[in-house]
Each structure stands twice: as C-alpha cells, then as structure tokens.
Write a protein that binds this ligand. Structure first.
Ligand code: SAM
Length: 222
C-alpha cells in the first residue's frame, strides 16, 4: 500500500535517529529531502542507499502533483528535512494535506525536533505552551509581538544568530524585561549551551558573548 512517512532526522548529533527511522529510510522507494547534499551525509553514515530527490520551500508547490501521482502507484515515500521534524518550521504541511486529500496514508515517526529539548530544559512551565517558530522578519512582526504580549502560555521561538539580539531587544519592549527567558543554542552539538535569566540579562549576555549557532528561545508568559 502507498504511504508517506514523515521521518525526523538529527538536529546535530548524528546518533539522535531512531532505529525505526533508519529502517523506514532504507525500505522506502524514494526519499524526499530539503537539501539532498546535506541529507546524503546522514544517509551515507547509516548506509542508506535509497533514491533521493529534492523537496524544499521553492519547489514544493510545483512537485505536489507528481508526488501524489507516484504515491497512487503503490510506493512508499519518506520525507525528511535538513534537521529535525519536517513540517516544524520546514516543508511538510502542504504534502501531508495533499496526501490526506487524495486518501494516501500518512505516518509520522516520532523523533528529534529542536523545540522539545529547549522547552524541557528551560525550567519554564511546560504543561501548556505556544510554539511560535520564527517571528516575521518585517511585515507582521509588530502585530505578532503585540498579540503575544498578552499570551498566557510559555512561548517558544526559533531564531538565527544574526537576529537573536534584535529579537531579544524587541522582547524587552513588548514584554516586561524582568520576564524569565531561556535561550538554548547548538542543542545536541559540542557547544550546546543554555542561558537562563531575565530578558534584560539575556541581552547583556549576548552583547558580551557573540551569538553563534542556532537558537531556540523559551519565554515565560505575562
Ligand atoms: N524542523 C526543525 C525542527 O524540528 O526543530 C526546525 C527547522 S528550522 C528551519 C531551523 C531552526 O531550528 C534554527 O534556526 C533554530 O532556531 C532551530 N534549531 C535547529 N537545530 C537546532 C539546534 N541544534 N540547536 C538550537 N536550535 C536549533
């Protein structure tokens, strides 16, 4: 039977992949990957020789029809992204929606994603939270920050090293700058680090220590 598998891949440490994910990647007829060159390193590491094709934010709309047609032909396709879980700030949603529309089975294998370890080790309430992904860079940014200033749940953001200080400074304007925040970088990697303190202290910290790597910000509610 045809099936689309959503397979999460490591966010740094290559050991963070499940046994079932490796099995599915080996037995699939085709792997769709955001950047084939990036994913080939992982696939090589685990001796996975399945055919691979690109599927990213610039071609996903164009490729939907051909993927669905192939899925109707009794094949199994595995979707992966550069890191973590497809569909979480990465392509995936459109293809899953299209599969459901065409009654193609979809199975998502549990696996790595950056926001869960960041939330869990933040020390901030994890019973209810709002995953915000990347804030809009320009259009819609102010509106989103205003909306979030009344949020009652712990908030989680993804951010790049060159925008982290700007985002923390925006937080100090839209939230109380004594609000608690946790900023994790390079999760599962050699230089993994989590800064915990107030928004104000986090700005001082990253003004002194040049931000490097990939970041997840966890912010306490109002
Ligand atoms: N699909 C991924 C997931 O499931 O987490 C997210 C992909 S998104 C394009 C990339 C962002 O995820 C980075 O800018 C960063 O905010 C976060 N991220 C990914 N890997 C990370 C890591 N090892 N440490 C901290 N943040 C990470």
């Amino acid at each position: 039977m045809s099936k689309l598998f959503i397979v999460s891949t490591p966010i740094g440490n290559l050991g963070d992949i499940t046994l079932r994910s490796i099995e599915v990647l080996k037995s699939a007829d085709l792997i769709l990957a955001e950047d084939t060159r990036t994913s080939l390193k992982l696939l090589k590491h685990y001796n996975i020789e399945t055919a691979i094709e690109s599927f990213h934010m610039h071609n996903e709309h164009k490729k939907l029809e051909s993927i669905i047609n192939r899925l109707k032909d009794n094949i199994e396709i595995a979707l992966i992204s550069d890191a973590g879980t497809p569909g979480i700030s990465d392509p995936g949603f459109l293809l899953v929606r299209e599969c459901i529309k065409h009654e193609v089975d979809v199975e998502s294998l549990p696996g790595p994603t950056a926001f869960v370890p960041a939330l869990v080790c933040s020390g901030l309430p994890s019973d209810r939270f709002s995953f915000e992904g990347f804030l809009p860079v320009k259009k819609g940014r102010t509106k989103r920050l205003k909306e979030l200033s009344n949020e009652k749940k712990t908030m989680i953001f993804y951010e790049s090293p060159h925008r982290i200080l700007k985002t923390l400074t925006d937080f100090s304007n839209y939230f109380n700058d004594e609000s608690l925040i946790s900023v994790s970088r390079e999760l599962t990697k050699l230089f993994e680090e989590t800064f915990r303190g107030t928004i104000k202290e986090s700005i001082e910290h990253f003004e002194k220590n040049k931000p490097k790597g990939e970041f997840v910000i966890v912010l306490s509610p109002k």
